[in-house]
Design a protein around this ligand. Structure first.
Ligand code: NAP
Length: 292
């Protein structure tokens, strides 16, 4: 089964748009997302503009803050604090990576946890990692992976889950989410001894390493659910652009073995923005009086 992330994301975005409209009608409250972009990195500019466009389509107001690459850390902190205090802003997204002279941790720490729609605040990550605690928000890309797994009826309880990669934005929170759902979780990273053998044990496999086609067809346990987060450019002279995007999994070989698998593109990618909108709606809901 091919997991159509694009279709799932579109459905979720429509549901969010309907809920936003209802919130405006019933409570005169329109969710708002502030984006903070420091510098002019073209990829970051593209991501931010995609997020703002998605907000507009869902009826969520967005407030763009574009700061020059040489902005001081204090200045960026000042912007975040102003946004924390602004009642029109329910979610704050600081686009990463930040320029080298800015301490990412200090900036993420400064975001109010009630507005931490990226889910990267240490308190939210800490709660995600602790038994019996729940974060207010979870990071969007791994959350999107979990939604796709639910879509195909994944049974998490007691399943062997393997996550390839341990980054703060994808691998590590994905592993924590699987653990919260009572999977038995292994994490493969660059020092792991035998990634292939570990992957072959996986009922659920999430690959987030950024290595094109690292996961071969014979690494997949027959019937496993495979979520490919990787987005890698490889040369393709047959394309006008000269390249194409592939995942961390050798899709052609894996699709015949896996029970279900996400393609690249069109799998996890579209889910990230859908989850950001969902988190922003949730942040706005949290400001309503109880029982509203
Ligand atoms: P990252 O920060 O570079 O982390 C990569 C992880 O993979 C690290 O934990 C690294 O291990 C591990 N790794 C690298 N080479 C390995 C190897 N040969 N064997 C085993 N583990 C290895 O990357 P990221 O930000 O998590 O992103 C991962 C991929 O997902 C990228 O292709 C990225 O473009 C994509 N991505 C997609 C979305 C989306 O679709 N919305 C969002 C975010 C990222 P160490 O920790 O030991 O170095």
């Amino acid at each position: 089964m091919i997991i159509d992330g694009k279709a799932v994301a579109e459905r979720i975005r429509k549901e969010i748009a309907a809920e936003v409209e209802q919130m405006v009608q019933q409570h005169n409250l329109r969710p708002g997302l502030a984006t903070v972009l420091v510098g002019t990195d073209p990829a970051s500019q593209t991501y931010v503009s995609m997020k703002r466009k998605a907000c507009a389509e869902a009826g969520i107001e967005s407030f763009g803050h574009e700061l020059s690459a040489d902005s001081s850390q204090d200045y960026v902190l000042g912007v975040v604090r102003e946004l924390n205090a602004d009642p029109r802003v329910h979610g704050i997204l600081v686009q990463l990576p930040l320029p080298k002279h800015i301490d990412e941790e200090a900036i993420l720490n400064a975001i109010s946890i009630q507005k931490d729609v990226d889910g990267f605040h240490p308190l939210n990550i800490g709660r995600l990692s602790m038994k019996g605690r729940d974060p207010l928000f979870m990071p969007c890309t791994p959350l999107g992976c979990m939604v796709l797994l639910e879509e195909v009826g994944a049974k998490f309880d007691g399943a062997n889950a393997v996550v390839l990669g341990r980054s703060n934005i994808v691998g590590l929170p994905a592993a924590m989410m699987l653990l919260k759902r009572n999977a038995t979780v292994s994490i493969v990273h660059s020092r792991s001894k035998d990634p292939a053998a570990m992957c072959r044990e996986a009922d659920i496999l999430i690959a987030a390493v950024g290595r094109p086609h690292m996961v071969k067809g014979d690494w997949i346990k027959p019937g496993a659910l495979v979520i490919d987060v990787g987005v890698n450019r490889i040369d393709d002279p047959s394309r006008k652009s000269g390249y194409r995007l592939v995942g961390d999994v050798d899709y052609e070989a894996a699709k015949d073995v896996a029970g279900a698998i996400t393609p690249v593109p069109g799998g996890v990618g579209p889910m990230t923005i859908a989850m950001l909108l969902q988190n922003t709606l949730r942040a706005a809901k949290m400001t309503l009086p109880v029982n509203a």
